[in-house]
Ligand binder design. Structure first.
Ligand SMILES: Cc1ncc(CN)c(N)n1
Length: 223
């Protein structure tokens, strides 16, 4: 019987397991799961992530345009469009949550880690960045949040009840399926990619993991 070749993303997740675990099992997430999280950390994350999501929308829009121009499968556009549409609800949720915790979103300035992450998103919006790299990055960004927050909704999690909704937002099954769809598209594209594209996608995926860790680090107590 012919041996099945390992898919590119599967191979990366093995090769870069330490970095992936660093991003998806960060102390911020561990404290959310074990209930020891400080509310000041949560509020910092909430405000910074609100700013990030506002910058993430145009990035997703740019992936949608690349899919329209370059994709070999018309259903890709629908997957991305659904993801983009849900960001409308996400922004409204951030506003509600911020008001619940008295976090004034209009006064928030982006911290360095956030600025750096948004710079990466902006660089990937350029026309000379291909669809394969862009969709792989979109998958990576969403997968880190899905894996992180899903860990906080698992059996045995002691997440404070008032923060459960936050974890559900990215830890729910629907979001998990969306990430699976993105992974499938990225895998299909990476299978046909040139060596150059493959390398660029892998290096950018690693940058995403580093930036995610830096992003969580902003919420460290006394950070
Ligand atoms: C930093 C970060 N990474 C990912 C996600 C998920 N869209 C997010 N909201 N913020």
């Amino acid at each position: 019987m012919e041996e099945k070749k390992m898919e590119v993303i599967e191979a990366w997740l093995r090769k870069h397991r330490l970095q992936y675990t660093g991003a998806t099992r960060h102390p911020f997430i561990l404290s959310l799961r074990d209930g020891t999280i400080h509310m000041s950390s949560f509020k910092t994350w909430l405000a910074q992530d609100y700013l990030f999501v506002r910058a993430f929308v145009p990035f997703v829009a740019s992936v949608l345009i690349k899919a329209w121009k370059e994709s070999d499968d018309s259903s890709d556009m629908e997957v991305i469009l659904r993801g983009m549409a849900s960001l409308d609800d996400e922004i409204a949720w951030f506003k509600r949550e911020a008001s619940k915790w008295d976090v004034p979103l209009s006064d928030v300035a982006p911290q360095e880690a956030n600025i750096n992450y948004c710079k990466l998103l902006e660089s990937l919006m350029r026309e000379d960045v291909g669809y394969t790299v862009a969709i792989t990055v979109l998958w990576g960004i969403e997968a880190v949040y899905q894996e992180s927050f899903a860990y906080c909704v698992e059996e045995g999690s002691k997440t404070p009840p008032e923060l459960k909704e936050t974890c559900e937002r990215w830890g729910n099954e629907g979001f998990g399926q969306y990430c699976q769809s993105l992974q499938k598209i990225a895998t299909r594209r990476l299978q046909k990619a040139s060596e150059d594209e493959l390398k660029k996608a892998e290096v950018t995926f690693l940058s995403v993991l580093e930036l995610e860790v830096e992003f969580w680090n902003m919420s460290r107590v006394n950070a």
